[in-house]
Design a protein around this ligand. Structure first.
Ligand code: CDP
Length: 415
């Protein structure tokens, strides 16, 4: 059944950019294939670029995108399924890249929090499977084509993507946008500070990162919090983090939370494990109680940058986007602008809802409250801060993948 669902890419999404200004000289066109092995799914991006001779970065002509679930980490005990996933998805690349270009088109895979959280040996077994599929493929397999990416890099590359797509990564531009990425396992915040104090104030070296592009060095505030992605935060709130990895007894335990509907009882799967979860039928429920529960996953963990929103627009994506869609705050195609207080208002609404029928989104109260808490008590955003929720910019995915390809071709010297 799993293999069948892998072969069925119909549930996946496909994006083609209208071809922009294709030059007569096709030798200026080049391709790249990037796999994003995330904790909740695997995605393939096939990029078509137009090389410009100037000192600017290239023009992105087109992105082909497919995604499939679950993530590779769900196959921790059946690594052959990781190979099967990647082999199936590579067909997308073969269709998107002209056959004559295969040999010089690089294929890369970067894994994020799902594999970071696995024991090293088990993660490596999954990566070895992928490497084998790449080696057998007709594409160009560079050194270090398959690896786990560290969290800081994930944040910086997403920042590069969003600034590239919004036209802020050019020689003449002065302003930039910040990014907030809420994955399943980890969450990233990255922005270019205007004040020196923001850089001086950080609690450790892993809050600052630099890279070189357009004849200058960018110094960013960037941090990735492993364990603060939306799905792992659910585990933390449910008190199921210790249970993770030890399958014994999982089917007998029920993980309760005041953030779930009072009479709700159901199953929830993440990272290849299935948990029995329920509301707290005898206790308090609602936003306030839930907030105290989720605060445990945030307080003392998330650093508040000295400067946050002085003229910097933040783009928020991944679960910020998906949860806002579930809540009806934005449409699922175009996204939109939201204030932090919109999340709070919807969280309160979701947490006070009582329905007789099984709820469509039983985790909505927990997820909305977690996001509100992360933004306010975590990073320290004001309730009036406006965030730009975006799944795509000009039809290209809001994701670190494009930044990673730019880094591959232009060696941005991220450090
Ligand atoms: N190209 C992508 C990649 C991820 N996502 C979203 O990102 C969230 C999960 O990210 P992930 O599985 O990569 O999590 P991490 O491994 O980064 O923690 C989900 O909400 C996905 O739908 C997306 O919308 N588009």
């Amino acid at each position: 059944q799993v293999i069948n669902s892998l072969l069925d890419l119909s549930s996946s999404s496909r994006t083609v950019l209208p071809s922009l200004s294709r030059p007569a000289n096709y030798s200026h066109i080049f391709y790249a294939v990037m796999f994003d092995a995330g904790s909740t799914g695997t995605r393939i991006h096939v990029f078509t670029f137009i090389h410009t001779d100037s000192e600017e970065l290239p023009v992105l002509d087109n992105e082909m995108f497919y995604s499939t679930k679950p993530g590779l980490s769900a196959y921790v005990d059946i690594p052959e399924m990781a190979a099967q996933t990647v082999r199936t998805m590579l067909k997308v690349a073969k269709n998107a890249v002209p056959r004559l270009e295969w040999k010089r088109t690089p294929v890369l895979l970067r894994a994020t929090a799902g594999l970071r959280l696995l024991p090293a040996g088990k993660a490596q077994a999954l990566l070895d499977q992928v490497q084998h599929v790449f080696d057998e493929s007709p594409f160009f397999v560079p050194d270090n084509s398959v690896s786990i990416m560290n969290g800081t890099k994930e944040g910086i590359l997403a920042w590069i993507t969003m600034n590239f797509l919004t036209g802020h990564l050019r020689k003449e531009t002065k302003s930039t946008v910040g990014i907030l990425d809420l994955g399943g396992g980890s969450t990233q915040i990255t922005f270019l500070p205007k004040l020196k104090k923001t850089i001086e104030d950080v609690p450790g070296a892993d809050y600052i990162a630099r890279f070189d592009a357009l004849n200058r060095t960018f110094e960013l505030y960037s941090h990735s919090y492993l364990g603060n992605g939306q799905m792992v935060a659910r585990l933390a709130v449910l008190g199921a983090l210790d249970a993770e990895g030890s399958c014994v007894g999982l089917e007998w335990r029920v993980f309760r939370s005041s953030c779930l509907p009072k009479k709700f009882r159901g199953e929830w799967s993440f990272g290849g494990l299935t948990y029995q979860v329920s509301g707290d039928p005898d206790g308090y429920t609602g936003y306030k109680t839930c907030y105290q529960e989720v605060l445990k996953a945030v307080k003392g963990i998330i650093h508040q940058p000295f400067e946050l929103e002085d003229n910097t627009v933040f783009y928020a994506f991944s679960y910020y986007y998906d949860v806002a869609v579930d809540a009806g705050l934005i449409g699922d195609v175009h996204g939109g602008r939201l204030q932090v207080r919109d999340f709070k208002k919807k969280a309160k609404e979701a947490c006070s809802k009582t329905t007789k029928r099984p709820p469509a989104f039983p985790f909505l109260c927990m997820d909305m409250t977690y996001i509100t808490c992360l933004l306010k008590d975590g990073f320290g955003f004001k309730e009036s801060t406006v965030l730009q929720l975006s799944k795509k910019v000009n039809n290209v995915e809001s994701s670190w993948a494009l930044g990673a390809i730019l880094d591959h071709f232009y060696n941005l010297n991220i450090r």
